[in-house]
Design a protein around this ligand. Structure first.
Ligand code: ARG
Length: 621
């Protein structure tokens, strides 16, 4: 999704550099080859053979009907590795046709020098484009739960990655603050107030309870309630569908009447609605802040903000023949999707999809989005295909300058309990997000106290907060986005392995070395030359050089887990470098300076990467 960088920053990674050259050579050697070619360049498994190898000849041999060794010969004939590596010869071909490559000795220090800038090799584009990221998306009168954790944490990480890449980023939290479910709560609150209750100090827990009571009352015994429970984070569309099949109870009739007063702006109704809005959003934004997620008031773009646009939008679609009638309702048919997109019910009401179609239009045509990303539960996949398809048919995905915006559903999987069913409390309730955060921080506090008994209480609390939050966020980010994962405090809080605490600690260790050097009066190393000698130094250097490419790949695939995996690789490479290559103990000054610079650079890449994911970074722990 990101443009190849015109500044050539993409070419800082020797692996990527080699791949480019190999692909060019393969094209030149086999001009008639159809389809894509892959250089299949990987780091060498045995360093005595070289630094990298290309395995392309094996795959091409089959396609070209030749012996892989002959293919390899033809490739190296066309291969230009000037400036990168020694020119390959027949002796570079090993086994059935692997091509071994040894990098030029000075190359790594040269490239590291290019990485070692304030931008860390990620230069902003000449003309930045705009991305709109849909994230968070809480619902009024409901506590945030683990589904919102993912929508907030992953959405914010994607937004940060694009900020890091120099895009204009607009965050939008599509708050579920309108429609019948909200009217039910408003109605219920008004009834309570009429019965003499004081609503001024009502909190989110109370609202959550009233919400459920209202749902129950409006539907009697109902299946809808069950559905909401089963789907739980659940697609709002499902809930609406259920509501439609319900026979009207009296409570439902009252809620529907309340919806009408809400829509017509009745003062008392609006006042109660505003109270529900404020209570919910205060709690939500507090949780976002605690999560280090940049979601604030200015990012809220609730469903209610579209209410004035929907009638005209639907009329526009009818007038242009895009919407059609079906059983008294209005639908937009989308090619390739069996279920048409319902945009107006037979009773005249609008739907979740209608608002989202208006959202696409606003994001493209008013906010200038070149790319729209929706970080939403995977179970809403059909909904977004319907919305995207309908919006496209309507022409709402075309920008004022005529370019077509790209729309993507960055779908995420569910958070499961250790029993492999959706995470619930023992009594079968949704787990409140704040409870999860509290528990993670409390558990982190225990470990921090064990590891560091002399810390002052205040310092310990600060570290525990960062470690607990990092643990939860990192787990949420480090798995493949679309997959479900099992929530385990023990695993996420471990200080070893691919965890948030491990990475925070890895950064702290790099800082420790640098601090010690400064305290010991070692100076001048910041601008020293870099000499890459030992195997572990080389491995660390090669890992560092992958950083800009990884950040770009996260943007391209909308997959923060790639950056997590990278940071873990980097922390691992750093640890084996640190174990094998003495930094401060050595007596060769040039080597010490070069290694200190590597420690410092590793620290800066780690902290930049952690911040780009939205993780808190500690100087000491
Ligand atoms: N409030 C919705 C839910 O909880 C999520 C909103 C997702 N964003 C969107 N543009 N539909 O299901």
């Amino acid at each position: 999704m990101t443009e190849p960088s015109p500044t050539g920053a993409a070419t800082i990674d020797p692996g990527a550099l080699l791949s480019e050259r190999f692909e060019r050579a393969i094209r030149a050697a086999f001009p008639d080859l159809q389809g894509s070619v892959s250089a299949m360049v990987t780091p060498s498994r045995q360093s005595e053979h070289g630094d990298f190898q290309s395995n392309a000849a094996m795959a091409l041999g089959k396609r070209a009907g030749m012996k892989p060794r002959d293919v390899a010969l033809k490739i190296i004939e066309k291969l230009d590795l000037s400036g990168i590596a020694e020119a390959p010869t027949e002796a570079s071909i090993a086994g059935p046709g692997f091509i071994n490559i040894r990098l030029k000795a000075e190359l790594l220090s040269e490239l590291l020098g290019r990485l070692d800038t304030p931008e860390l090799g990620i230069e902003p584009p000449a003309s930045p484009r705009t991305i709109v990221v849909d994230l968070c998306g809480v619902n009024l009168a409901k506590q945030m739960h683990v589904g919102h954790l993912r929508a907030t944490v992953i959405g914010d990480a994607i937004a940060r990655v694009f900020e890091r890449l120099g895009w204009n980023v607009v965050r939008q939290s599509h708050v579920g603050d309108w429609g019948l479910p909200i009217a039910m709560v408003v109605q219920k609150l008004i009834e309570l107030e009429d019965a003499g209750e004081d609503l001024s100090s009502i909190g989110l827990d109370d609202l959550n309870r009233i919400y459920r009571a209202a749902q129950g009352e409006c539907k009697g015994e109902t299946k809808a309630l069950e559905t909401i429970r089963t789907f739980n984070t659940g697609p709002k569309a499902e809930i609406e569908a259920e509501l439609r099949v319900e026979s009207a109870s009296e409570a439902l009739d009252r809620a529907k009447a309340r919806l009408v007063s809400l829509q017509s702006g009745d003062e008392r109704t609006a006042g109660v609605w505003k109270r529900i809005y404020d209570v919910t959003m205060r709690a939500c934004l507090q949780t976002c802040a605690r999560l280090h997620a940049n979601v604030t008031d200015e990012h809220s773009a609730g469903e209610s903000t579209y209410r004035g646009e929907l009638a005209a939008l639907v009329q526009d679609l009818v007038d242009r023949g895009i919407a059609e009638e079906s059983d008294g309702a209005l639908v937009v048919r989308v090619e390739g999707i069996k279920a048409p997109t319902l945009i107006r019910k037979s009773d005249g009401g609008f739907l979740y999809a209608t608002t989202d179609i208006a959202g696409v239009r606003r994001r493209v045509q008013n906010l200038g989005g070149d790319v729209l990303v929706y970080c939403v539960d995977a179970r809403q996949g059909l909904h977004f295909r319907q919305v995207f398809g309908a919006a496209r048919r309507a022409g709402y995905t075309t920008k004022a300058n005529g370019t077509e915006a790209r729309l993507a559903h960055a779908a995420f999987g569910m958070v499961m309990g250790e029993d492999n069913t959706p995470l619930k409390t023992r009594s079968g309730e949704n787990v409140k997000l704040t409870d999860l955060l509290d528990e993670a921080v409390q558990r982190a506090g225990v470990t921090v106290a064990e590891k560091n008994p002399d810390l002052a209480a205040e310092e310990r609390a600060k570290i525990a907060e960062a470690v607990g939050i990092a643990a939860i966020k990192y787990t949420d980010l480090s798995g493949e986005r679309a997959k479900d994962y099992v929530f385990s405090f023990d695993r996420m809080l471990a200080f070893e392995g691919n965890t948030g605490p491990y990475l925070l600690y890895a950064f702290v260790r790099t800082q420790g070395v640098v601090r010690k050097a400064r305290e010991g009066g070692v100076t001048g190393w910041e601008s020293s030359g870099l000499t890459i000698g030992e195997a572990q130094e080389k491995a660390l250097a090669l890992t560092l050089l992958r950083y800009p490419g990884v950040v770009r790949a996260v943007g391209e695939h909308l997959e923060p887990h790639r950056l997590c995996a990278y940071l873990y690789d980097l922390a691992t490479a750093y640890s084996s470098f640190y174990e094998n290559c003495p930094v401060l103990r050595g007596d060769d000054e040039a080597v010490r300076a070069s290694r200190l610079r590597l420690c410092d650079l590793t620290g800066r890449v780690l902290s930049d990467g952690l911040r780009t994911l939205g993780l808190p970074v500690l100087e000491r722990m």
